[in-house]
Design a protein around this ligand. Structure first.
Ligand code: GTP
Ligand code: ZN
Length: 221
């Protein structure tokens, strides 16, 4: 079994304690190659039930492409072994104002329909003892996006992961996204956008901090 990094273990524990890891059913005991082979076999059956000709040279490898994509790409965030390497440095410069990364690109997968969620995140925090490498914020967003998701949980998972790593409650996350299960099927609404926000510490309790965060979002999203 792969050893998790200290940060991956801390984040997983915090999420479990807060009921924010409801989809995982425990450690996956099957080897990755066995899981991929099984997914491909099952997907072959789905394609056959759709009356698709698996002998067609364009379709023949699709079940394997799907299996590879699920395990190594769009659902890679289900495995904490893929949690990003985190670099935090001590806050020797005594930064005490809001740090914001906005317009973080994310694509995720709606857990109800397995269709794309296409959005952007804004993440702010007020440094306490640590400052995090900026790209690590994008990577944490990406990690949790690479799962079957609902947008509300994704927003909360990113918040709690950063609070845990940074040792402060003063974190805020907002995501706006287009859901292809709303756009490309069902109601077929091509313009609606869903916004979700999760606020911690001063972002929740102080009107000034909250307003500063929302003014960044309003002016830039
Ligand atoms: N709250 C929330 N709902 C979501 C998210 N992604 C998809 N959904 C919704 O999940 C719901 C599933 O509803 P169901 O009635 O079971 O599925 P459905 O019959 O395909 O629903 P329609 O999309 O209305 O056709 C839909 O309303 C989706 O829009 C999300 O991130 N958050
Ligand atoms: Zn959906």
């Amino acid at each position: 079994m792969v050893m998790l990094t200290k940060e991956a273990s801390m984040v997983r524990k915090a999420l479990q304690e807060h009921g924010l890891e409801p989809l995982l059913r425990g450690n996956n005991i099957l080897d990755i190659e066995v899981r991929k082979r099984n997914i491909a076999e099952h997907f072959k059956k789905i394609m056959m039930l759709l009356n698709l000709d698996l002998m067609d040279d364009s379709l023949a490898k699709t079940p394997y492409r799907i299996a590879n994509m699920y395990i190594h790409e769009i659902f890679s965030g289900l495995d904490y072994a893929n949690f990003p390497k985190i670099t935090v440095i001590s806050n020797k410069m005594k930064a005490d104002e809001m740090v914001t990364v906005r317009e973080i690109n994310l694509t995720s997968t709606c857990e109800h329909h397995f269709l794309i969620i296409d959005g952007k995140a804004t993440v702010s925090y007020i440094p306490n003892n640590f400052v995090i490498g900026l790209s690590k914020i994008n990577r944490i967003v990406w990690f949790f996006a690479q799962r079957p998701q609902v947008q509300e949980r994704l927003t909360q998972q990113i918040l709690l992961a950063l609070q845990t790593i940074l040792g402060t409650n003063n974190v805020a996350v907002s995501i706006y996204a287009v859901h292809y299960c709303v756009k490309a099927r069902g109601i077929c609404d091509t313009t609606s956008i869903a916004t979700t926000t999760s606020l911690g510490g001063l972002f929740k309790s102080s009107n000034n901090t909250r307003n500063e965060f929302f003014s960044i979002i309003k002016n830039n999203n």
